[in-house]
Design a protein around this ligand. Structure first.
Ligand SMILES: NC(=O)c1ccc[n+]([C@@H]2O[C@H](COP(=O)([O-])OP(=O)(O)OC[C@H]3O[C@@H](n4cnc5c(N)ncnc54)[C@H](OP(=O)(O)O)[C@@H]3O)[C@@H](O)[C@H]2O)c1
Length: 250
């Protein structure tokens, strides 16, 4: 495939490397802050791209999707921290008839972890003596807090544990109520991404944890999404794509 990378930071660079390993051609790179502007790239080159992959920043996302939609091209979105604009993005995608796949976390391991968290939450729902909380650690240059993955994990717990009604990421100076799911964030050094959930009873503690060792896992997932995007229409999550791929293989 001919790919366009939007956002040439740590993830953009990782995607370029893995794309080449997988036999793709990265023909366009867009990153205005590094001097690669949409408007400076010949329209023929922008149109020749089969799919774009955006790992930029939350404030840039809507404008980037508008540009890609105007080109009539499909796009994979790894950028996090924009989900309150999902309805707006869905409208842009449907008006222009393109396809968009997004995920808070494109790592295969994390998608396995989502299933484990879902299962653990269903089990713990039957054992009220266990309280539940979580925390995430990322490198100190990450722009959004909490991580999109922390929000997704919190959603999975709340959907499956009746006694937890809402996530609290910034409780302030007060006690956490029993209906709240406390999920805290740490920004430190070079952590690629670590997410842990804790289930604690008076007798014991269960901890489930996922640690990303490098950015390659995210890049592979984003490229699998790009490779499968042609068979779909509209806005989809990466979990849906994985379910489809697994069904085809089973
Ligand atoms: N879904 C996943 O699996 C996953 C995994 C890892 C990271 N992420 C997310 O992906 C995003 C990028 O992460 P990263 O670690 O690669 O961050 P990063 O190193 O800061 O890279 C972001 C890049 O986008 C550039 N940029 C800023 N405005 C832009 C615009 N309007 N159009 C295009 N590019 C623009 C930034 O330039 P400047 O540095 O000059 O601002 C930077 O080069 C974040 O939202 C992060 O949370 C998602």
């Amino acid at each position: 495939m001919r790919l366009g990378i939007i956002g040439y930071g740590q993830m953009g660079n990782a995607i370029e490397k893995v794309a080449i390993e997988r036999g793709h051609n990265v023909s366009v790179i867009v990153d205005p802050k590094k001097g690669y502007l949409f408007d400076d790239i010949p329209i023929s080159a922008l149109r020749a791209v089969d799919a774009y992959i955006d790992f930029s920043e939350p404030d840039a996302l809507v404008e980037n999707i508008k540009r890609v939609a105007d080109l009539g091209k499909n796009v994979v979105v790894g950028t996090t921290g924009w989900y309150e604009k999902l309805d707006m993005i869905k409208e842009i995608v449907s008006n222009k008839g393109i396809t968009l796949i997004y995920s808070q976390n494109f790592s295969m391991g994390m998608n396995i972890f989502f299933n484990i968290v879902q299962f653990a939450s269903r089990v713990i729902n039957h054992f009220p003596e266990y309280d539940i909380s979580g925390f995430e650690i990322h490198h100190n240059k990450k722009k959004d807090i909490p991580s999109g993955t922390a929000k997704k994990i919190s959603e999975l717990i709340i959907e499956n544990v009746d006694r937890k009604k809402k996530p609290v990421f910034y409780p302030g100076n007060r006690k956490i109520s029993s209906e709240e799911l406390h999920f805290s964030s740490i920004r430190c050094g070079n952590f690629v991404g670590e997410h842990t959930i804790i289930m604690d009873s008076p007798s014991d503690t269960i901890k489930l944890s996922h640690s990303a060792k490098n950015r390659k896992g995210f890049a592979i997932g984003a490229l699998i999404a790009a490779e499968n995007i042609g068979n779909l229409e509209g806005v989809h999550t990466f979990s849906e794509i994985l379910k489809r791929i697994l069904k085809e293989e089973l």
